[in-house]
Design a protein around this ligand. Sequence first.
Ligand SMILES: C[S@@+](CC[C@H](N)C(=O)[O-])C[C@H]1O[C@@H](n2cnc3c(N)ncnc32)[C@H](O)[C@@H]1O
Length: 168
Amino acid sequence: MARLQQQYVNPGFYGIGIHNLVHDANIGTLWRSGYILGAAFIFTVGRPYRQQRGDVTHAWSKIPLYHYDDIDDLKKHLPHATRLIGVEMSEKACAIEHYNHPDRAIYLLGNEKSGLPRPVTDACHELIQLPGEFSLNVSVAGSLVLYDRVAKTGRALPQRADLRPKTT
Ligand SMILES: C[S@@+](CC[C@H](N)C(=O)[O-])C[C@H]1O[C@@H](n2cnc3c(N)ncnc32)[C@H](O)[C@@H]1O
């Protein structure tokens, strides 16, 4: 009997979250971007999220939100063979323009007031930085990281294949 072989279009997965977030609206915005741009889940580390109204996509019903008590808890529950990538302005960070996103990635952003603390950046496998001399809003930064991943890999959103430039 022939074996049924499932063909997966998208190798890998990614999640994105905020460390000790200050404004709940930011995780709501990131949740919506994450859902639209193909994230498997979003998360908070430290301070948890209190649900907001106003997400017209109802992202909460489509991809889950997980909570980790602290960075050690996140590291302990990191999926197998998955990179923890800190998103931060730092001299140790790789410019995102030169960055190749791994198949399995967890992106961690800092909070609106103080960014990612040093012990947290030290716990990340690598750091990436967006262009610009001033910091962006955290949910904007997260959305841009996800867009960069989607644009470079072209894998997350198979429904976009029919929107490639048409040749005449
Ligand atoms: C508003 S920023 C934090 C600003 C904080 N006052 C500071 O100077 O450290 C919140 C988070 O957004 C992300 N972020 C903002 N701009 C960024 C950039 N240019 N590159 C990488 N991450 C950025 C980082 O995760 C940062 O911790």
